[in-house]
Design a binder for this molecule. Structure first.
Ligand code: PLP
Length: 442
């Protein structure tokens, strides 16, 4: 069975990962793979980080788990405090879960409960964007606009409105300024709120830099600010999903801080635990928490492993590494270098339509024709060929195919560890461009 079902189906068909060493994963046959995408934007510190390993050993020696129905724990409290302190203005409360989808589910349920508590029970509708992925559980999948992931589960998904993404490469008209484009697409949100009736709309959900569905598509300047204004005008909560783009991936701990926007809620995961433990978090404005505290006093939600002490210890150690080794600065520096290398090597490539992204979060959109932006025939499965060629050549990258806002297309996502060196960046771009050419020749 294809996919990620372990046991008989994967044994023999996939290499067995045996060891990690900085930016590399080694398999049991001794092959080395440069981790150019951190798996799926997870392994921000690379593999086998000594400080995180030590912190995990230390926590395990003290306590692995105590149920949050009875106890809090020192690592969970410490993590919550430092995330709230680092987050955009007004974010005061932190709800620790085990991954990205759980964080998004919690956000949607918290938004709904908030409106129940403040006497606006009519608010239940969610608006999101066509180019988005918010997770695979039913609530998160319903919010996301990723057609192929949603299709067969459609009858199980609550109705969600999907508006245009902020997707400059294909969305902006030739004679339109960046700013005018950003405001135009943001205003679609307002039109949709009006159409649905503002008193029925609960939340707008968006990724500040779109990851898995589109290959690192950042919002243009001004877009998110306008979205914030529109949400405020209509009393709609703004939930920014930073599961992929957050925790330093773009060069700042929170990508939305680069846009000067403070959302009502932020979801994070992936880089938070850096792959050392499964962990996610929902960060919430104090006033939302306060409304519930003053009302029922209890968020009607929860999971067995929330606030897990080992997971929180890993996340604290990851944050210690990011702070102690000045890794946000490294992301900005190496991100600029990666962008320059990609431009130099692939900027004029006849089948590279767009190179985009922020920090160490970069995307490449592939096209059959640069002039017309015509994508490749999906039957060719170019993304799958690139992935296979890159992997055979010892590079892990994250090519995806699918609907890029109404257009079928292929893109490659790069999200290497924050510790990547100059030589490793050279190797990444070298291996990637070789894989691309071999895949195109096949
Ligand atoms: N949100 C975004 C933006 C994501 O990229 C992902 C995963 O790729 C998720 C949510 C879901 O996270 P998880 O796979 O940890 O459930």
């Amino acid at each position: 069975m294809p996919g990620h079902i372990f046991g008989r189906s994967t044994r023999g068909s996939l290499p067995v990962a045996a060891e990690g060493e900085g930016c590399y994963i080694l398999d049991t046959e001794g092959r080395r793979y440069l981790d150019g995408s951190g798996g799926a934007a997870v392994s921000c510190l690379g593999h086998s980080n000594a400080a995180v390993r030590a912190a995990l050993h230390d926590q395990l020696d003290r306590l692995a788990f105590a149920h949050t129905g009875f106890f809090t724990s020192e690592p969970a409290e410490r993590l919550a405090d430092r995330l709230a302190a680092a987050a955009p203005e007004g974010i005061e409360r932190v709800y620790l879960v085990s991954g990205g989808s759980e964080a998004v589910e919690a956000a949607l349920k918290l938004a709904r409960q908030y409106f129940m508590e403040v006497g606006q029970p009519g608010r239940h509708r969610v608006i999101a964007r066509r180019q988005s992925y918010h997770g695979n559980t039913l609530g998160a999948l319903a919010a996301g606009g990723n057609e192929w992931r949603r299709a067969q589960f459609a009858p199980l998904l609550v109705e969600t409105s999907h508006v245009s993404p902020c997707y400059e490469y294909r969305g902006r008209a030739e004679d339109e300024s960046l700013e005018a484009y950003g405001l135009r697409v943001a205003d679609e949100l307002e039109a949709e709120i009006q159409r649905l009736g503002p008193e029925t709309v609960m939340a707008f959900v968006a990724e500040p830099v779109v990851g898995a569905t589109a290959g690192a598509v950042p919002a243009v300047p001004g877009y998110l600010k306008r979205v914030r204004e529109i949400c405020d005008r209509h009393g709609v909560l703004l939930i920014l999903d930073e599961v992929m783009c957050g925790m330093g991936r773009t060069g700042h701990l929170f990508a939305c801080a680069e846009d000067g926007v403070a959302p009502d809620m932020i979801t994070i995961a992936k880089g938070l635990g850096a792959g050392y433990q499964p962990i996610g978090a929902l960060l919430v404005q104090g006033r939302i928490y306060d409304a519930i505290a003053a009302g029922s006093g209890f968020f009607q939600h929860g999971h067995t492993y929330m606030g897990h002490a080992m997971a929180a210890a890993a996340a604290n150690a990851v944050l210690d590494e990011i702070e102690g080794r000045d890794l946000l600065q490294a992301v900005r520096r190496q991100g600029a270098r990666l962008e320059a290398l990609l431009q130099e090597r692939l900027g004029q490539h006849p089948h590279v339509g767009d190179i985009r992204g922020r920090g160490l979060f970069r995307g490449i959109e592939l096209v059959a024709d640069r002039e017309t932006k015509e994508p490749f025939d999906p039957a060719r499965k170019l993304h799958a060929r690139i992935k296979a060629e890159a992997f055979a050549g010892g590079l892990i990258c994250y090519p995806m195919g699918g609907t890029l806002d109404g257009v079928r297309g292929d893109h490659i996502l790069l999200a290497p560890p924050f510790i990547i060196s100059d030589a490793e960046l050279d190797e990444l771009v070298d291996k990637l461009s070789g894989a691309l050419d071999r895949a195109l020749a096949a």
